[in-house]
Design a protein around this ligand. Structure first.
Ligand code: KG4
Ligand code: ZN
Length: 322
């Protein structure tokens, strides 16, 4: 079964074709048009600008990916939430129009489910129950996955998401946008013990997170004294990783997870990958940040269960919970 994936939930326009056979997936095409340069000027994503940019980009990417009559495609999978409503609408409108015109079945995919299924795009045996750590720009969640499409939320951030904290710290330290990759690059040259920072909620006994206080602690330390930027980045990154890893391990034990999966943009972080490498399945770096191959992958498993949606009933939901 060949799935056309469409992703426009935030500031990346992405199209992919993924072929699925049984549990095995092969990426046939995978294109991402980033808007980072445009939003970098503003220090963050400007929703109206993101939505406007999606349309010409999605048109260009589709022409490079798929025949005008949709031949060879068995189903269309599109991100319907969570994300920016104006951005989501571009992708869902294009997807529903193609599904209607081509007469192909349509699948609505949750963006976070897409991040989880990025794991199925690389080798490895995934067994259930799986414990998933989702760390992106908008979400930080621990999810128990009992089977394909079966999720139970164990905990989430009460304020900033992990990626958001990285981005804000990057901005604070003058490292530009997006902060995550910049902070992580700087951190590689720093000393993780240089600055004493809190590990918020590490012993809270639940599976929730909080990163706003950590970000404030970085701001406070930066104002108090001159700290080497690399040392600050390393200390901050280590604090985030310590909390994420501690809670992931605890949850994996409590729920007797047979696999631990890492998902979301922050899954690109080297220190986090290293810390989880012995216990978790790690998604390929190519598919950690927003892309459409992961949406097609999740869409494939939904299509196998025949979870289709009428093109005329598809409504993007910016707050769609997993
Ligand atoms: O999943 P994603 O592409 O978009 C959302 O769905 O939010 O995640 C983007 C987030 C951003 O906050 C970005 O700074 C962060 O992932 N990120 C990283 C790294 N690469 C991307 N954070 C830390 N270290 C990285 N190497
Ligand atoms: Zn994402």
């Amino acid at each position: 079964m060949r799935i056309l994936g469409i992703e426009t939930s935030c500031d990346e326009t992405a199209i992919a074709i993924v072929e699925g056979r049984g549990e095995r997936l092969t990426v046939k095409k995978h294109l991402v048009a980033s808007q980072i340069k445009i939003h970098a000027k503003y220090g963050g994503v400007v929703p109206e600008v993101a939505a406007r940019e999606h349309l010409p980009k999605i048109d260009a990417l589709l022409r490079r990916t798929v025949a005008a009559d949709g031949r060879g495609i068995d189903a269309i999978a599109v991100t319907a939430g969570p994300g920016l409503i104006t951005s989501l609408r571009v992708g869902t409108d294009v997807a529903r129009t193609l599904a209607w015109a081509w007469g192909k079945p349509l699948v609505a995919v949750n963006h976070l489910e897409g991040h989880i299924y990025a794991n199925w795009l690389s080798d490895g045996k995934m067994r259930f129950p799986a414990l998933v750590l989702i760390v992106s720009g908008g979400h930080t969640e621990l999810v128990l996955m009992k089977g394909h499409g079966k999720y139970r939320l164990l905990g989430a951030t009460r304020d900033d998401a992990a990626g958001e904290a990285f981005d804000k710290v990057g901005k604070m330290l003058g490292l530009g946008y997006p902060g995550g990759p910049a902070v992580s690059k700087m951190a590689a040259r720093g000393n993780v013990r240089a600055v004493k920072l809190p590990r918020p909620m590490i012993d809270s006994g639940d599976y929730d997170f909080s990163f706003a206080g950590l970000k404030t602690a970085v701001l406070y330390e930066t104002k108090k004294r001159r700290v080497n930027v690399a040392d600050m980045c390393a200390s901050f990154e280590q604090a985030v990783v310590d909390v994420l890893v501690a809670k992931t391990i605890r949850a994996a034990k409590q729920y007797r997870a047979k696999t631990v999966l890492l998902a979301g943009g922050v899954a690109a972080n080297r220190r986090l990958r290293y810390a989880l490498s012995s216990i978790a399945h790690l998604p390929d770096l190519t598919y950690t940040t927003d892309n459409a191959a992961m949406i097609a992958a999740a869409g494939y498993f939904k299509a196998r269960r025949r979870e289709f949606i009428d093109p005329m009933k598809l409504e993007p939901n910016p707050n769609w919970q997993l």
